[in-house]
Design a protein around this ligand. Structure first.
Ligand SMILES: Cc1cc2nc3c(=O)[nH]c(=O)nc-3n(C[C@H](O)[C@H](O)[C@H](O)COP(=O)(O)O)c2cc1C
Length: 337
């Protein structure tokens, strides 16, 4: 690459040049043979966009709102762990970036020691929750997040066991540990009944359930009181051979989108991808790795640049597809390639 990074692929290349190889691989990699990781991006290639003309769309309004949070454009930062591995300011820089961009950030449970520091950014923050064996510690963390002004809980349900990641094994990579920074042992015996326990800890906060691929699970989530669903395969990091998130999205939309907002993440790399996910019914998308590359290369400014690339791409896609508002991004805009 020559010149400043522009696309997510450019930022990834620039990040590869500055990160220790083990850290780069931890972020870039996925589970097993990484087929699901690859499939997440490839799934977008199977859709074409059929634009409408003369719709007064030249200057589109990208704003939307989800569960009481305002979004300047329908993108949020996915929870990703241990951001200080890639930049000394870590999650604080990412939070400042989303604040500047007017979108929310899901803050990973692994930022045990910085719940309040991240909140000082005044960004719209959603707290990503893992339930640990130590329920009291889990409850304490939820109450700290509430006190610090986090606006929603994002319960990640797709890690009953950590995925098998060959890159990490090959690199002898170990997760960063420290007295306050290490995650405690995850509770391995979780069930849908645990949603009620979470609700009891934070009755006023909306709960998003993240990591759903099947329609029966989506239905169960709603029946147990979930306020939103995030269709996700954890960026292909958990179980290889799972479907691409985008491929799982339409069925889930059919079954629950009339009751709760459905978000998706995995493989979103430009503004047209955002448009496709929304046309298939997503209320918004989350992005993980792209923000990691921006943070690694240039801290807060890098995250803003990557998010700006996605936003500007979406503005252009909406204009050219004939969508003056987010509500105009409808199912008829996309067809199987
Ligand atoms: C380095 C890394 C760490 C992650 N850590 C978490 C985490 O702590 N909690 C969580 O719910 N998801 C975690 N995820 C998954 C992301 O939230 C998200 O589902 C995924 O990155 C989306 O795919 P994308 O990277 O293709 O955008 C992590 C992803 C990456 C790449």
């Amino acid at each position: 690459m020559s010149g400043a990074p522009i696309t997510v692929e450019d930022w990834k290349g620039a990040a590869r040049a500055v990160l220790p190889p083990g850290v780069f691989d931890y972020i870039a990699g996925g589970a097993g043979g990484e087929r699901t990781l690859v499939a997440n991006e490839a799934a977008f290639d199977r859709w074409t966009v059929w634009p409408s003309m003369l719709r007064r769309s030249g200057n589109p309004d990208t704003s939307t709102s989800i569960l009481g949070s305002e979004l300047a454009f329908p993108v949020g930062v996915a929870p990703w762990a241990f951001q200080r591995q890639v930049h000394p300011d870590g999650e604080v820089a990412t939070a400042r970036a989303v604040e500047a961009m007017g979108i929310p950030m899901c803050v990973s449970s692994t930022v045990l020691d910085r719940v309040e520091d991240v909140a000082a950014s005044r960004a719209t923050l959603w707290w990503q929750l893992y339930i640990w064996r130590d329920r009291r510690a889990t409850a304490d963390l939820i109450s700290r997040a509430r006190a610090a002004g986090y606006r929603a809980l994002v319960w990640t349900v797709d890690v009953p066991a950590l995925g098998v990641r060959h890159r990490d094994t090959r690199n002898a990579y170990t997760l960063p540990v420290g007295p306050a920074g290490s995650p405690q042992e995850f509770e391995p015996d979780l069930s849908w009944d645990d949603l009620a326990w979470i609700r009891d800890q934070a009755p006023e906060l909306p709960i998003l359930v993240k990591g759903i691929l099947r329609v029966d699970d989506a239905r169960l989530a709603v029946e147990h009181g979930a306020d939103a669903i995030v269709v996700s395969n954890h960026g292909g990091r958990q179980l290889d051979r799972e479907p691409a998130s985008l491929d799982a999205l339409p069925e889930v939309i059919d079954v629950v989108a009339d009751r709760v907002p459905v978000l998706m993440d995995g493989g979103v790399r430009d503004g047209v991808d955002v448009l496709i996910a929304l046309a298939l019914g997503a209320a918004a998308v989350l992005v993980g790795r792209p923000t990691a590359w921006g943070l690694a290369v240039d801290g807060q400014a890098g995250v803003e640049a990557v998010l700006g690339f996605l936003r500007d791409g979406l503005v252009n896609a909406m204009a050219n597809a004939g969508c003056p508002t987010v509500a105009d991004i409808t199912r008829d805009l996309v067809r199987r390639a």
